[in-house]
Write a protein that binds this ligand. Sequence first.
Ligand code: PXL
Length: 277
Amino acid sequence: MKRIVTIQDISCVGKCSLTVALPVISAMGIETSVLPTALLSAHTMFSGYTYKDLTDQIRPITEHWKKEGFSFDAIYTGYLGSFEQIRLVSDLFDEFRTDDNLIIVDPVMGDNGKLYPGFDEDYAKENTKLCAGADLILPNLTEASCMTGIPYKTQYDRAYIMDLLEALCALGPKYAVLTGISFDSDRIGVMGLDAETHQSFEYYTGRIPTGYHGTGDVFSSTVTGALVRGRSLGDALRIACEYTKDTMEYTYRTRGENAYSVDFEVTIPELVRMINE
Ligand code: PXL
């Protein structure tokens, strides 16, 4: 069985980060090891959340893993909490990178033009160091703009997206994929760039007229799982876009706009069908 390690927080309530990555990647038939970076009572969109930093656990845990000889088919990082964590996770990349495993970085920092509570521009710049060591990075437009210094826009054309992708590739990953790209009101999807060949690719689905927390984590977990299951990047992106859209559609239909995250559990059978076909 293939094994992934995913490195991000546990938000006890809120369906994001590890509480999404674990069920989604496990459902794809892959062992999911975790390295929790922090323990929160709920995700940071709830006011008054508690936060227990787990930075001091990262080294002892990875040292034990090294002693045991554990290896991972992919290392997938999401929400991290501090400069120190970025440094420790970069070290972890160096220690656990092999010739054929994958390093996937979702530089979770913000959305809709704003950084999440607790993050600032300096933190965004520090995240570029993590991206440099990745095979694939999966920022949204907000995160891409903060990391590259290219101003965030809500109205844009293909040239703007290509500029962002080129700037992201210049950070050092093999592939950059931008999420949440929309050139018209009823389609949304992803555009990516191969840093070596400069070939671009894209995939779109119908658009659900609202945004939900945790959808980026559903998307990135699915891309990671599909790649480890041997799918091409184009195919992994298609499966992840479709699964994310299905979960958003179901959530919108049954709960409207005010859900605190998406009901990805209900659509897991569809994900399992897509990954096995
Ligand atoms: O879904 C991204 C995410 C992950 N972890 C925490 C968050 C968020 C988004 O707000 O607050 C703690």
